[in-house]
Design a protein around this ligand. Structure first.
Ligand SMILES: [Fe+2]
Length: 302
């Protein structure tokens, strides 16, 4: 259950309207790394969390906090749009350069679609989409995504801070910057806590025992003049499993030349017949070929 308190987490009061800034601030609401993304990301991670107690509660604490950040920014945008022109003529714009600048820079959807309110779109008018979020059920990989989201979000907030000298907008952004500073650390400490509690390693290494035991500590060089091998990533010990990092220079490819079987004639793929006639991909065709034959074809042992 969610309850609502009318008061904002921090006041959202611009000193004066600024329709152009309102459009820029849409990025912080609904851009890839805006507040809607972290809100949805943390809420789904929290709802899907299988551990009752501190992890689930922490994730839902921050998810709920982010709902309030969307609210603060939406309020700010609506106040910045106060008095923004919703109709004019070319003549009026020409006579008043300030009006012309506002009309030229403002998002017309702020007048046409939302009637002077915030939109769930980024600064370019692209709708927010759920493809921005990550909620895998694996807390280590999710917490790493969360550090990343907070870092990008803070960086963009910081850039917008420099685009305005409105003290009211800056005051609110100071609060948001500080929350993103703490939130980055909250997720980093969350990763430490997972390790302390024996729930995760330093990296995602599920199925570790089954992976290729040479490739899991080898740096590949793809350019003979590469300075890459000078870095720490190509020298010393791995972070997990304490193995000496190997350097493969040049990389040695496999025998597989990636040649595909002849295409199904009904798919009309461009083909020169060099590998014989392709077999139809119908259910009858598949049965006629037999499972063993299909397997032979894809493994190249035909
Ligand atoms: Fe936030």
């Amino acid at each position: 259950m969610y309850r609502h308190v009318k008061n904002l987490q921090f006041e959202s009061k611009p000193q004066k309207p600024d329709a152009v800034l309102a459009m820029k601030m849409q990025e912080l609401v609904a851009g890839q790394f805006g507040e809607m993304t972290v809100m949805m990301q943390y809420l789904f991670q929290g709802w899907n969390c299988r551990i009752p107690g501190k992890y689930k509660d922490m994730i839902l604490d921050i998810g709920t906090e982010e709902i309030g950040h969307v609210e603060m920014l939406s309020t700010m945008i609506a106040r910045l749009l106060e008095g923004a022109p919703n109709e004019t003529t070319e003549k009026a714009a020409a006579a008043n350069p300030v009006l012309g600048a506002v009309l030229g820079g403002m998002n017309p959807q702020h007048a046409i679609v939302s009637g002077g309110g915030a939109l769930p779109f980024n600064s370019q008018g692209v709708p927010w989409n759920t493809g921005y979020i990550v909620a895998s059920g694996n807390l280590l990989t999710d917490f790493r995504s969360n550090v990343h989201a907070e870092a990008q979000s803070r960086l963009q907030t910081s850039r917008i801070y420099n685009m305005t000298d409105d003290p009211g907008v800056r005051d609110m952004l100071k609060f948001n910057l500080a929350r993103d500073t703490f939130h980055q650390q909250q997720w980093l400490l969350g990763i430490e806590q997972l390790q302390e509690d024996g729930l995760a390693d330093l990296i995602e290494d599920s199925n570790f025992e089954n992976e290729d035991k040479i490739q899991d500590h080898t740096y590949w060089v793809f350019d003979e003049t590469s300075a890459g091998p000078e870095g720490r990533w190509a020298r010393g010990m791995t972070l997990v499993d304490e193995q000496e990092i190997l350097v493969q220079n040049p990389p040695v490819p496999s025998e597989d030349t990636a040649l595909l079987p002849p295409p199904d004639p009904k798919l009309y793929a461009t083909y020169d017949g060099s590998q014989g006639r392709g077999k139809p991909g119908t259910a009858t065709g598949a049965t006629a070929q037999g499972i063993a034959n299909v397997v032979k074809k894809v493994t190249g042992t035909d």
